[in-house]
Structure formats: structure tokens, C-alpha cells
Design a protein around this ligand. Structure first.
Ligand code: ATP
Ligand code: MG
Length: 732
């Protein structure tokens, strides 16, 4: 292999080098954020191929999100070229889906199985509740689903599920029914992907041998967030060669709610006794200021190995802590600051990430970005994949793939309206149960045999004909699936049902909806080689911390959970108020509180150069402004690392804060400068505010720190005191 260039090794520090070039056997790399774990893992793969002569298709690499998989694929292409294509690379879910499709012969469903997405799963729980005559107001579908999922992730079957409470009794029955529905639909949920693979391996030793024999090397990123099933899978897959390379960081474990269990790291150490443990020390991502702040936050957690994070990137810029008057001003501050950076030419849109605790917090941000005319990139399934039209078209495609998929069938059987009403549907479902076949199957038969079908007479009036027509469509699509390209099939289905005329009524909203369908078509085009089933599979796996790339040069809006593993030059974290971060749910549970702290820690350590922490003094809840307490986590950041800005600073304590800070971080302009500044607003002047609308200036003055505060009486909300430089007042 001498002629294979190993140049990339030159840039590694000694510990990283040791990890990348380690010999065979289990290896555990534990290290803080930004220390190069993901980079080491990627280069390890290149090293295996180039220096150890491992064939790429004998390597399996597991990442935490599809986005991370794409990024790693990209890096590997640079390092390995063509060869990178044959590496098995993806999330646990994607890898399992691939295995299950190949091994369908051993499974209780066939290889055209569909993957139910998060919404479908809830819909299925609803159906199960209904079938059992249980009231969904008493038994929240989402809550029940969470319990089922937790059981699944601990490899507990419905039969093994032992009820301790009355609610558990209910869960058990719903769980049973839910699984039956899945099988009848020839469908699996996310959890099944993992569980069925474990079951497949346990029950079919020759199949396991084939895979475990094939994967000579298995590598896992973000190992601290694996759950029990994933750990089990890992053990199975590495049972022949034991060449398992995992990297992780206990302080970044943030998926406890999904069953992730940091104890897997301890388990790993005891179950692979000859493990080589490698610790990485240096952080290459962030400035020392960012690291010191992050450390102050995480040090408050107990039961962890204390680590010291250091960087040789220098101190860098102080962390800005901005206190906005309310949630509108919070969003405005974020967007204004980003806009100023972009306009100054010193930063690009893609340098920024705005992070928050809950998805709902993105709405005001989105609006502020839209108003400012700045494109943004929202990570999350909702915006695109949650749209009705997108879900409709996906449902049609899923039916072409698998007519047994009842959830999809129910979604679109009457879309666009074709006269199939509730009564026909009930009759169809009853008959399906009675004859032990799926409703889709029945439709196919009605379509094919028409009047000759023994079931024709079971439907009242015109409904047999209407159902048969739809059955005819299903049959056409199934045939088309095997003869047409994906795009042709896509167009064919939309033409068959007249979807464009239905969704696009010429209104702006209609056009928008049709745009989304076109967007999905563009995406389908990228699957022209891999085909329908790969397309549907990837769509189903686009989970909420994941999305397909959109605008390359736009700021990213995402939850703290979704930010895992990523890095950005400048990071905003908003909503630093008690109840939001930490979330109110965690208030009474120390374990949960520790996890909130880790979540904030993950957010902080995404930043390379700058962090802005933002909070609001008031937030409205159901129309009433509620005073907010600052997040307890803020108190754990050394005041000397902070530069306070915003409302509170001018209200009273600006001078005290300024005095406490080290002189170097003092904010200009100085008081001397303030003396020569004139207020921009005069009493009596009319102004407009982006959130509060029109109002009249009552008073205005320059504070000693040079900021102009303006008292305004707004028609909508009454008297407000704002800071001119941040409130985006507009004279009218
Ligand atoms: P996290 O825990 O947040 O996932 P990580 O440990 O996986 O972080 P990486 O993302 O691999 O860290 O690396 C962080 C940054 O540091 C990346 O930009 C990476 O390219 C860079 N980096 C890592 N090691 C080195 C090195 N030896 N020389 C230069 N840059 C490095
Ligand atoms: Mg990483």
C-alpha cells in the first residue's frame, strides 16, 4: 500500500493519531466537544481502506442523523474517491431498513414494507384506541405512543409488557392492536426497524453470521446516545470480528427521552474487556471564551468525569447576553444582528445558527426573517414534510409501492373528492376485517372483477363502483411502478387523480401548495437511479432533527437537540428563561434538569467564534404578558466572559455591570460620547413598531451609555419603553 497517500495523517495530534491508526479490536474514544471525534472516525475509515487493506464494503459506519451521514459521505469521497461508495454508511435506522429489505424472506412482512412516519404512528394509535373503544381524550395518543416506543426500545414485546397500573393495562392492549395494524398494513414504525433486525439476527443465526462476518469493522459516532436496542445490534453485528470503534462524550447525552442510555458506555467497557480507551484533549473548534462558558455550565452536573476543555484559538470575543423586552424584540434582535453582519461583508448567512429548546419558538423567528427578506434554513420536518399536499402525494406513491398501506389509503381514498364517503369507508373496513385482507387488496379485486366480485353487492348504491374505480387506479399504478421511471410514475399519478387542478385554485396559497409538490418532484428526480422504494425510505427517515439541504448560504434555525455534532462560526441561543431552558417539565426531576444542562452545553459548544445568548423580560401567554425569570444556567457563566446588552442594561444597572466587567470588554460608546449625541425621536412624533404597530413618542433621552431610550404610547399595547437602536422604530 506504499503508493497510497496517507497525507491526511499529518494533521492529527498524537492522541488522534493513535486512535486513527490503532490496530484491531474494540476501541473507545471518549472526549469533549470539538476535539475531533467525528473527524477521527472518518479518517479511521480512510486508514482502514488505504493502510490496512480493508475492502470498503466490509465497513459499516453509523451516524446519528442523515445529515451527519451525508457530511461524512462527502468527506470520505474526498479521502477515498470512488471507493467510498461501497461503505455501508447511515443511521441505525437506515442501515436496518436496508438489511430488512434484503432479508424480507425471513420476516413477517414483505420487502415492499412501508415505514410509518411519526404522524402515521400517532394515527395508528388513534385507530387502535378506536378499535378498542377507548376514549382518546382519556388516553392521549402521543403519550400512549411514547410508552409503547419506550417498551419497544427496551425490547419488550406486547406479550412481555407487564402492566403495573391501570393505564399500563390500556397501553398493553393498544400496543397489541397497534402491532397487528402495522403487520396488516405491511408496515413498520421507526422502532420496528431496529427491533425486527435484532429479532432477525437472534432467530436466524446463519443470517447473523452473514452480516457479522461481512462487517469486519463497525464504527459508531455519538455513541453516548445509543439506546438498548442499538447497543444490542452493535453487539450482534460485531460478534464475529469484534472490531468496533466507538466515539462519544458523556456530557453530550441528550436523548434520554428516546431511551438513550449513557450506561452503554460503561457496559461497553465491561463487555469488551480488552478495549483500548483513548482520550482526546484539545478542542479545535471554539475560542477559549466559549469553552470556559460551556465548562461553567456543565461543571454543575454531578456524576461525571471532570474534564478541562482547552483550545489554542485564543480568548476570542466575549459572549453577548442580550435581554429583550419581549419575544418579538428577541426575534428582531437576532435577525437585525445577522443582517448587520451580512451587510458588513464580514460574515455569510451560513455562518449563523439560531437554536432554541422547542420547535414552537421558530415561528416568530421565521416571521422576523421573512420580514427582513433574509432567506433561512429551517431544520425540522414540519415546514415541508408536514404540508398536506406533500403528505398526499407521498401517500399516493406509497400505495403504488404497497396497496396494503391502510394509513395512506385512508388519507387519499377521497382526495380529490370522488364521492367515497364515511359509510363506504366503514363498509370497506368491516369487509376487510371479515375477509382477513387489507382494504387496498379488496379495492384491487373490486377494480379487477367489477360486478363479478362476490363483494360488489356488499356496498350500497354507487359506492361499489366508486371504490372499484379507485381500485383500478391502484392496479394501474402498481403496473406502472415496474415499467415507468419514478418521475413518470409521479406525473402519471398526479394526472390520473387530477391533483394539480385540485390543489392549485390559482390563489397564492394554491400556487404555494403546487410549488411544494414540484419541490417533491425535484427531489424524486434525484432518485431516478435508486427508484421508488429508496425514495420512500429516505422520506420516511427524514426525522425531525433532519432535513434535506435547501439554501446553501442561509442561517440555520434548529432545536438544540438537532444541533448535535454540528458547528457554526456564530451561534444564537434564544429563550434563556426559566421554563423554556431549562424546560418547565424538568423542574422537579434532577435527572431531567441535568439533561437540560447538557442540552445547553451542546448548544454552546457548537460555536466556533461567537455566542449570543438571548432572553426576553416578558413573554405573552394567551394574550397576557408574563414576566420571565432568567435561566438558572446563565448564573453559571462567569460574568467576565459576558457582555450584557439590551433592555435591562439601560434600565438601571448598566453602570454596575460595566464596572464589574473587565475594562477590555467594556462596551462603547463611552459616556463622553453620549454627551454629544442628540435623540432621534421627539415627543409628539408618530412611530411604527414591527410588532406593536403605530404609536406616539412621549419622551426620549440618551442614557449615559449612549443608547437612546424612547417612551412610546402604542394604540395596541399601551405604554412601552424601548431602546431606539434595537426596537426598529420607524418614524411615520
Ligand atoms: P462533537 O462532540 O461536537 O461532535 P467532535 O469531537 O466530533 O465534536 P469534530 O467535529 O470532529 O469534533 O471536530 C471539530 C472541529 O475541529 C472540526 O472543524 C475539525 O475539522 C477540527 N479538527 C479536529 N481535529 C483537528 C486537528 N488535528 N487539526 C485541525 N483541525 C481539527
Ligand atoms: Mg462529532
Amino acid at each position: 500500500f506504499e503508493n497510497q497517500p496517507l497525507d491526511f495523517l499529518k494533521h492529527l495530534n498524537p492522541e488522534q493519531y493513535r486512535a486513527v491508526t490503532a490496530g484491531e479490536g474494540p476501541i473507545l474514544v471518549l472526549a469533549g466537544p470539538g476535539s475531533g471525534k467525528t473527524r477521527v472516525l472518518t479518517q479511521r475509515i480512510a486508514y482502514l481502506v488505504k493502510a490496512m487493506g480493508v475492502r470498503p464494503h466490509h465497513i459499516l459506519a453509523v451516524t446519528f442523523t442523515n445529515k451527519a451521514a451525508r457530511e461524512m459521505q462527502h468527506r470520505l469521497e474526498t479521502l477515498l474517491g470512488e471507493q467510498s461508495q461501497s461503505i455501508w454508511l447511515g443511521t441505525f435506522h437506515a442501515v436496518c431498513a436496508r438489511i430488512l429489505r434484503r432479508e424480507a424472506a425471513y420476516l413477517p412482512f414483505d420487502q415492499n414494507f412501508v415505514i410509518m412516519d411519526a404522524d402515521d404512528q400517532i394515527a395508528l394509535v388513534r385507530q387502535a384506541l378506536k378499535a378498542l373503544n377507548l376514549d382518546e381524550k382519556l388516553y392521549r395518543p402521543a403519550g400512549i405512543h411514547a410508552t409503547i416506543s419506550m417498551a419497544k426500545n427496551n425490547l419488550i414485546t406486547p406479550e412481555e409488557f407487564t402492566p403495573r397500573t391501570y393505564r399500563d393495562e390500556v397501553v398493553k392492549r393498544v400496543y397489541q392492536q397497534y402491532q397487528t395494524f402495522l403487520r396488516n398494513n405491511n408496515a413498520v414504525d421507526f422502532d420496528d426497524l431496529l427491533i425486527e433486525t435484532v429479532r432477525l439476527f437472534r432467530e436466524n443465526p446463519p443470517v447473523l453470521e452473514r452480516y457479522a462476518g461481512r462487517f469486519e469493522h463497525v464504527l459508531v459516532d455519538e455513541f453516548q446516545d445509543t439506546n438498548l436496542v442499538q447497543y444490542e445490534l452493535l453487539k450482534l453485528l460485531t460478534s464475529v470480528h469484534q472490531n468496533v470503534f466507538v466515539v462519544g462524550d458523556e456530557d453530550q447525552s441528550i436523548y434520554r427521552w428516546r431511551g438513550a442510555d449513557y450506561r452503554n458506555v460503561l457496559r461497553f467497557e465491561s463487555e469488551f474487556p480488552d478495549v483500548q480507551k483513548i482520550l482526546l484533549q484539545q478542542n479545535y473548534r471554539s475560542t477559549q471564551t466559549v469553552l470556559d462558558a460551556a465548562q461553567g455550565v456543565i461543571n454543575r452536573n454531578h456524576q461525571r468525569t471532570p474534564k478541562r476543555l482547552f483550545s489554542d484559538r485564543g480568548r476570542g470575543e466575549p459572549i453577548v447576553l442580550y435581554e429583550a423586552v419581549d419575544e418579538f424584540a428577541e426575534a428582531t434582535f437576532v435577525v437585525d444582528t445577522i443582517r448587520q453582519w451580512i451587510e458588513s461583508g464580514k460574515a455569510r448567512g451560513s455562518d449563523f445558527a439560531v437554536m432554541y429548546r422547542t420547535n414552537a419558538q421558530s415561528r416568530l423567528l421565521e416571521e422576523a426573517f421573512l420580514r427582513a427578506g433574509i432567506p433561512y434554513h429551517l431544520v425540522g420536518a414540519q415546514r415541508f414534510y408536514g404540508r398536506r399536499e406533500v403528505k398526499d402525494v407521498i401517500a399516493f406513491l406509497r400505495l403504488a409501492q404497497n396497496p396494503d398501506d391502510e394509513i395512506s389509503l385512508l388519507r387519499v381514498i377521497n382526495v380529490p373528492p370522488r364521492g367515497i364517503g364515511e359509510k363506504s369507508l366503514v363498509a370497506l373496513q368491516l369487509l376487510a376485517r371479515e375477509t382477513h385482507q387489507s382494504p387496498g387488496h379488496l379495492l384491487l379485486e373490486l377494480g379487477e372483477k367489477g360486478h363479478d366480485s362476490p363483494y360488489w353487492a356488499r356496498f350500497p348504491g354507487r359506492s361499489a363502483m366508486l371504490l372499484a374505480d379507485f381500485g383500478g387506479l391502484l392496479a394501474n399504478w402498481q403496473r406502472a411502478r415496474d415499467t415507468l421511471s419514478l418521475i413518470e410514475l409521479f406525473d402519471r399519478i398526479l394526472a390520473d387523480v387530477g391533483y394539480e387542478a385540485y390543489i392549485n385554485d390559482g390563489s397564492e396559497e394554491g400556487q404555494d401548495r403546487w410549488e411544494n409538490v414540484q419541490e417533491l418532484r425535484r427531489l424524486a428526480f434525484e432518485y431516478r437511479e435508486r427508484g421508488l422504494s429508496a425514495f420512500l425510505e429516505d422520506l420516511a427517515l427524514v426525522s425531525d432533527q433532519d432535513t434535506l439541504p435547501q439554501d446553501q448560504n442561509a442561517p440555520t434555525l434548529l432545536t438544540l437537540h438537532a444541533a448535535k455534532g454540528l458547528e457554526f462560526p456564530q451561534v444564537f441561543i434564544i429563550g434563556l428563561d426559566e421554563g423554556l431552558l431549562p424546560h418547565s417539565r424538568s423542574r422537579d426531576d434532577p435527572e431531567e434538569m441535568a439533561e437540560e444542562r447538557r442540552l445547553f452545553y451542546v448548544g454552546l459548544t457548537r460555536a466556533k467564534d461567537r455566542v449570543y445568548l438571548v432572553r426576553a423580560l416578558r413573554r405573552s401567554a394567551y394574550g397576557v404578558a408574563v414576566e420571565q425569570e432568567p435561566s438558572r444556567f446563565l448564573a453559571d457563566i462567569d460574568e467576565r466572559l459576558l457582555q450584557r446588552q439590551g433592555y435591562r442594561r439601560t434600565r438601571s444597572s448598566a453602570t454596575t455591570w460595566a464596572a464589574e466587567r473587565s475594562p477590555s470588554s467594556r462596551v462603547p460608546p463611552s459616556p463622553a460620547h453620549a454627551a454629544i449625541l442628540q435623540p432621534r425621536y421627539r415627543p409628539g412624533q408618530r412611530v411604527r413598531h414591527p410588532a406593536w404597530g403605530e404609536g406616539m413618542v412621549v419622551d426620549s433621552r440618551i442614557q449615559e451609555d449612549g443608547e437612546e431610550t424612547v417612551d412610546v404610547f402604542f394604540e395596541s399595547v399601551g405604554f412601552k419603553r424601548v431602546i431606539a437602536s434595537i426596537a426598529r422604530l420607524e418614524a411615520i
